[in-house]
Design a protein around this ligand. Structure first.
Ligand code: GDP
Length: 416
């Protein structure tokens, strides 16, 4: 120890022991803590014919019993059933939204079957866009219902895709991450399955349908993701039944000839799907939804609203300038319409005035005419009265004359 003291004195340095951790290498932990506190959300859209195993697969994926009563095959239109669940695994909260098609593939005319699906996806984008455009946004408590993944259930026919599958996938591939699945894969033999998978992939390519590719740009998951891309579409089997295999209870389907174990990778691709969807690529699915699909919708919508990407000079235009221009255009249009309305009003007033004047003149003429008739009548009556009076005077004259004549005759007679 004497030697130590000597060395310390020589170096003249103080040694301090660290009391705690410091440095910005803690940043990722802050992010993790915050995310865990906020909780996670994930939205799945299941598209497939009635009875193809959508509900069973979702139950198997999340180890839940979300299963509701069996859907009918007799709906006249395709509908969508939306259910939201709050799930918890250790201390991680997950708000899971499952949207399932109802009545898909049950109508005679299947041409419009994809429309309700497209409408639903767009409606979720629209709701998000409206929230974004608000002056006072509240994304902290906003439930983002945009669809992160579409599990497309293909019938295990062993032949090819149905025209309905092609039509629907073609109409939604630019709006959502499609993960194609061969449903009820226990209904198809191992040899047929391989051929069926190849057939489906080549049909998707020849029809120009873009399905979701597990990302290979992150070196931690590149290898597994690229090998999984080669296994698409996943052949899945769902079951909530517990079956005894040896001494263990496993999730599976019991058949007279044996047990299909859902979580056995030699039996089906269920585990691969679960890993890809929930362990490895959940965040990428959400990111693709936001940066690719939503961005496309937003861009298209804003263009439709009259906000072009670039101006006539090929330079990006500012939102503010376009907004001002739109405002001015709207203001001008309002003024034009107001002016037009005023003109129309004046025209109507003039027309009415002219009509009133015309009616007044007619009345006046009528009045004059009646007045003239009445004057003529009065004059006629006057004339008649005057004649009558003259006649009366004549009568009295004659009466007086006859009276005096009579008196004279009487006198003459007496004299005689
Ligand atoms: P949904 O109408 O698409 O939701 O179908 P359901 O999940 O209600 O399943 C319909 C029927 O198919 C039920 O009797 C399920 O037990 C059965 N089913 C579900 N998944 C599978 C599967 O992977 N293989 C087989 N063979 N049957 C399944």
């Amino acid at each position: 120890t004497l030697d130590d003291e000597d060395t310390q004195k020589e170096d003249n340095t103080r040694c301090l022991t660290m009391l705690g951790h410091f440095g910005f290498d803690c940043l990722p932990h802050q992010l993790v803590n915050k995310s865990v506190q906020q909780g996670f959300s994930f939205n799945i859209l299941c598209v497939g014919e009635t009875g193809i195993g959508k509900s069973t697969l979702v139950d198997t994926l999340f180890n839940t019993n979300l299963k509701d009563k069996k859907s009918s095959h007799f709906y006249s239109n395709v509908g969508l059933k939306v259910q939201t669940y709050e799930l918890q695994e250790s201390h991680v909260q997950l708000k899971l939204t499952v949207v399932k098609t109802v009545g898909y593939g049950d109508q005679m005319n299947k041409e419009a079957s994809y429309q309700p699906i497209v409408n639903y996806i767009d409606a979720q984008f629209e709701a998000y866009l409206q929230e974004e455009l608000k002056i006072k946004r509240s994304f902290a408590d906003y439930h983002d219902s945009r669809v992160h993944v579409c599990l497309y259930f293909i019938s295990p026919t062993g032949h090819s895709l149905k025209s309905l599958d092609v039509l629907t996938m073609k109409n939604i591939d630019s709006k959502v991450n499609i993960v194609p699945l061969i449903a009820k894969a226990d209904a198809i033999s191992k040899n047929d399955l391989q051929k069926f998978k190849c057939r489906i992939m080549s049909e998707l390519v020849s029809n120009g349908i873009q399905i979701y590719q597990f990302p290979t740009d992150d070196e931690t998951s590149a290898q597994v993701n690229s090998s999984m891309n080669g296994l698409l579409p996943f052949a899945v089997v769902g079951s909530m039944d517990e079956v005894k295999v040896g001494k263990r209870m496993v999730r599976g389907r019991q058949y007279p000839w044996g047990v299909l174990q859902v979580e056995n990778e030699n039996h089906c691709d269920f585990v691969k799907l679960r890993d890809m969807l929930l362990c490895t690529n959940t965040e990428d699915l959400k990111e693709q939804t936001h940066t690719q699909h939503y961005e496309r919708y937003r861009c298209c919508k804003l263009q439709k609203m009259g906000f072009p990407d670039v101006g006539p000079d090929n330079q990006p235009v500012s939102f503010q300038e376009i907004y001002e221009a739109k405002r001015q255009e709207f203001f001008d249009q309002c003024q034009r319409e107001e002016e037009e309305l005023k003109q129309k009003f004046m025209q109507r007033v003039k027309e009415k005035e002219a009509a009133f004047k015309e009616a007044e003149k007619e009345l006046q003429d009528k009045f004059e005419h009646l007045k003239r008739i009445q004057q003529e009548e009065t004059m006629k009556l006057e004339e008649e009265r005057r004649q009558l009076e003259e006649e009366i005077i004549d009568f009295y004259k004659m009466k007086t004359a006859s009276g005096s004549l009579q008196t004279q005759v009487c006198t003459n007679t007496k004299k005689d």
